[in-house]
Design a protein around this ligand. Structure first.
Ligand code: NAD
Ligand code: GLY
Length: 377
């Protein structure tokens, strides 16, 4: 039995630890209830006189007092940086606000940055930490399911450019990831569903048994059953930690974690950031990738049906918006996995087995015709 499975059967006070092994940049992902308030959560972090909490106007009022109270005994000064909420603000102007606040507060090279929020805050605060004075320590305190199962782990940080999603950024690992399961209680249903998209993705690329578990326990996850959430979050962190430990900078293996993202990023950029949630775009993108895998003769149609059913049951879209095939293709050519203008997709050879391949344009166009809700004239 793994640590995570043990916790899933234990009482709410248990804390699981998943390790990301990266030599002298290794760190722990702590998973439990009430971690925000627990002294153990902060033990062993680098010593500093200042820390800064980066959060947003939605999450701040809910949780910043608890985090600030825990940090007050550890740092002489606790600075608060509250940003506007939403994907549309994951940009240079918002990044500049973080730098302005850090400099105005005389934060130095030892200042520890705490990212309290979802993936937008984690990505922005992480990139600010990576570049402020050429790098200061940071801690991820993810408050969405998506951030707890994916974005807070692995050190991808960055922001969007009008010409492409997550195009500016850095690999920069946190000192620790603190996953307090209790914060999920206030997460809106639509955001929970978006997080489940990344859970489905993780199972699809790495663990057929976990996907089968999801087929059985999806309703429990949607109902926020505590044991189901613990298990899903723990398993996703274990899988991601193992992949990042082998291929931190995505030279090869890590790319499988982008299943659904080539189509998904095109949807997000094509509609305008924030129109669809990232997880919604990934959910739909996975269905498109499954159809493309089948069209390429890699995946059987039964598997495509299972994937589409789970994505739909999670309340996620299974058909993309009508951006038009040309727009999709142009946006996908800007994907970070593209090489020399050739789009490379994460495709499935089985449930639990992914591969990175180029695909003929005519097959991609056929999938777009099948999986979008009509081509705009
Ligand atoms: P988000 O950060 O926008 O959060 C979603 C919404 O939920 C926001 O309105 C937020 O204020 C609110 N919220 C957060 N926690 C809450 C809580 N506990 N209670 C109530 N409301 C809460 O979106 P997200 O889905 O967390 O993250 C999406 C972003 O993550 C995208 O920009 C995506 O590109 C990025 N991402 C990054 C990685 C990575 O490896 N770095 C991986 C996946 C996604
Ligand atoms: N979310 C994909 C990755 O971290 O690699």
């Amino acid at each position: 039995m793994t640590d995570t499975e043990r916790v899933a059967q234990d009482d709410a006070a248990q804390v699981a630890a998943v390790r990301v092994e990266l030599g002298d940049r290794s760190y722990s992902i702590m998973i439990g209830n009430g971690l925000l308030d627990a002294a153990d959560s902060y033990r062993g972090l680098p010593a500093a006189s200042h820390c800064a909490i980066v959060t947003n106007e939605m999450v701040g009022p809910l949780y910043v007092d608890r985090l600030a109270a825990a940090l007050t005994g550890l740092y002489r000064e606790v600075h608060l940086i509250v940003l506007p909420d939403g994907e549309a603000h994951k940009n240079f102007a918002t990044l500049q606000r973080i730098f302005d606040a850090l400099l105005s507060a005389h934060c130095d090279r030892s200042t520890t940055v705490f990212a309290l929020g979802g993936g937008v805050i984690g990505d922005l605060a992480g990139f600010a930490a990576a570049s402020y004075m050429r790098g200061v320590p940071f801690v991820q305190v993810p408050t969405t399911l998506l951030a707890q199962v994916d974005s807070s782990v692995g050190g991808k940080t960055g922001l969007n450019h009008p010409l492409g999603k997550n195009m500016i950024g850095a690999f920069y690992q946190p000192q620790r990831v603190l996953i307090d399961l209790g914060v999920l209680r206030t997460l809106p249903d639509r955001e929970l569903q978006a997080g489940i998209a990344e859970v489905i993705k993780t199972a699809l690329v790495a663990d057929a048994d976990f996907f089968a578990w999801l087929e059985i326990h999806l309703d429990a996850l949607l109902a926020r059953d505590a044991a189901a959430l613990r298990h899903a979050i723990g398993r996703c962190c274990e899988i991601k930690a193992a992949i990042v430990g082998q291929d931190e900078r995505e030279s090869d293996l890590r790319a499988v974690l982008n299943l659904g993202h080539t189509f998904g990023h095109a949807i997000e950029a094509g509609l305008g950031y924030g129109e669809w949630l990232h997880g919604e775009a990934v959910g739909c993108g996975m269905v498109m990738a499954a159809h493309l895998s089948s069209a390429m003769g890699l995946l059987d149609v039964d598997a495509v049906g299972r994937i589409e059913r789970v994505v739909a049951r999670a309340g996620l879209p299974v058909r993309g918006p009508a951006l038009g095939s040309d727009a999709y293709m142009a946006l996908m050519r800007r994907d970070k996995k593209a090489q020399g203008g050739e789009i490379r997709f994460v495709l499935l050879e089985s449930i639990g087995g992914a591969t990175l391949r180029a695909a003929p344009d005519e097959l991609v166009a056929a999938v777009l015709a099948t999986c979008t809700s009509g081509v705009r004239s």
